[in-house]
Design a protein. Sequence first.
Length: 557
Amino acid sequence: MGKRIVVDPITRIEGHLRIEVEVDENNTIQDAWSSITLWRGIEKILKGRDPRDAGLMVQRFCGVCTYSHYEASILACEDAFGVKAPPNARLVRNLIKAAQYITDHIMHFYHLHGLDWVDIVSALSADPRKAVELAKSYHENPYNCSETHYRAVQKRLTTFVESGRLGPFANAYWGNPSYKLPPEANLVVVSHYLDALNISKTGAQMMAIFGGKNPHPQSLVVGGVTCVMDALDSHRIGQYLYRLNEMKNFVETAYLPDVLMAAPLYKDEGLEGIGAGTKNYLCYGGFPLDDDWHQTLLPKGVVKAGDIANPMDIDEEKITEEVVHSWYKGAEARHPYNGETEPDYTGFDGNGNVKGDEKYTWGKAPRYDEMPCEVGPLARFIVGYAQGHTEIKALVDSTLEATGLPVTVLFSTLGRTAARALETKLVADRTAGWVTELVQNIKSGDTRTWTRCDVPESGEGRGLNEVPRGALGHWIRIENKVIENYQAIVPSTWNSSPRDKAGKRGPYEESLVGTKLANIDQPLELLRTIHSFDPCMACAVHIIDPRTDRVREFKVL
C-alpha cells in the first residue's frame, strides 16, 4: 500500500468535499476517493407539498446555483402538468440563465480556479512594462491594461505581503514547481482577478433585471414568467444590453486571452491527458431555440470512451443512481422517478480514512447505461464537437489552431478549463439575439408570458437542462395533487460520484489517477484538476444531522 494523502476540506468550492488519494514512491496517484461530508435532505422536505412551491424551495439546495434548480423544477412541473410556456417566457428564461452562465464562468476561472495556475507572489517580481507587451500580444486592446495600472496592482499585493495578511491569497502553494507562468503573465491575470470582482456585480445585476433579485430569483412560475413589466419595458431591456456588452468586453479582452496565454505553458499536461477522467460525457441540451426544445444552443447527447467519431443520442431510461458506496440505504440501481434518499451513515475507519470497499460519501453514484459520466462545459464541447455543432466546432478549431495543439488536448484538465472559457463566449455571443427576438415578438403584438395551468390529480415529469456546472435533472411524481416523490441529480453528483457496484470510479476519482505531485506536501496538481470541474457540493448533498435524521434547529435571540 502506498502513502495516503487527505485534503479535507477542498477550499475554493461551494460546500464540503474531501479528497483522499494513495500515491506511490514516485508521488504518482494510484487511487482516489471522493467523499462529500454533508447530507441532502430537501427531497424529503418536499414530500406532501404543492408542486408549484417546489421551484422556490429547491433553490435552497445551494447559494450559488439558485436559478439553475429553480428553472429545472419549473420544467419538471410543466412536464408533469402538460403545459408549455409561451415563447416570451422561453426567451426571458434564456436571458436570466445567460447572465448566470457568463457570471459563473468568469467567477470560476478567476476566483475559484485561477490560483491553481497563477502564482500570486511571483507577480511581485514582474516588470509592468513587459506585462503590457505580453497582454497586447494576445489582444490588441487588453482589459484595463497599462503600466501604471499594473504597478498599482503590484503595490496592493506588496501591501498584503508586507502586512502578513494575504487575505484570499493566504495558505497557498506559492513557489510550487507546477506553476509555469512567468511573472508578467501572473501579474496580468492577478490584475484581471481583481477586475473580475467588480464584473461579477454587473452579472448579478443582469440576472436581477428579469429575475427580480439575485441570488434566489423569483420571477418563474409553472407555465411562464411573472416579470411582465420588465420584459415590456424598453429601458429595462436597455439596461440588460448595456451590462451584457460590459460582460462581453471582459470575456473578449481578459478571460479568453488569459486562457490562451496559459495554454502553451501548460500544453504538456494537456498532451499527456492529465486529468482526463472517464472520457464518458453526457449532456441534456440547454438554451432552447424553439418552444418544444427540439433545437438547443447547448447540445444533448453522449460520447463514450472519448470516441468523438460516434456520438450517441440520450435514452433517459438508462439514467440510474446507485448507493452501494454511499451513506444511504438500498442496494439496487434506481431510476430517479423511483429514487430513495434514506440515510445510513457508517463513517470512516479507525484511522480516519475512507472505507474504500464500503460506504464513504453522502454523494450518490449516477450512471448512464452503467457508465460513470462527466458533465459540464467540457462534456458539452466534446459532444457538440462530435456532433458537428457549427459554433462549437469553429470555437474549438480556431483555438487549437492558435495554440498549435491537437483535438486530443481537450481530454485533460487544461481542456476542461479552456472549454469553459469558450462556452462563455458562445453564450455571450448568442444572448443579444434572444433580446432581439423578444423585442420583435412584443412589437408584433405577442406579449404573452404565461400559460394558465392547474395541478393534475396525478402525474410525473422531469426537467432536464444544462446549467453552468453541467447536466441537471429534476424528477417529480405527483399523487393527490401533492408531491409524492422528488429527486434531483445535479452536475456535481455526476462528477463527484463514488465507485459503483462494478467498482468503476467516478469522474473526480478517475481524473486524479496517474497524476504526479511535484511536492507531496503541496498537492497543487490535485486541486487544479478537482477545481477544473467547478465543484458544488452544496447542490450534490444538503445538510441534515445523521444522528437525529432532523434538520438542525436554531434559536435566534
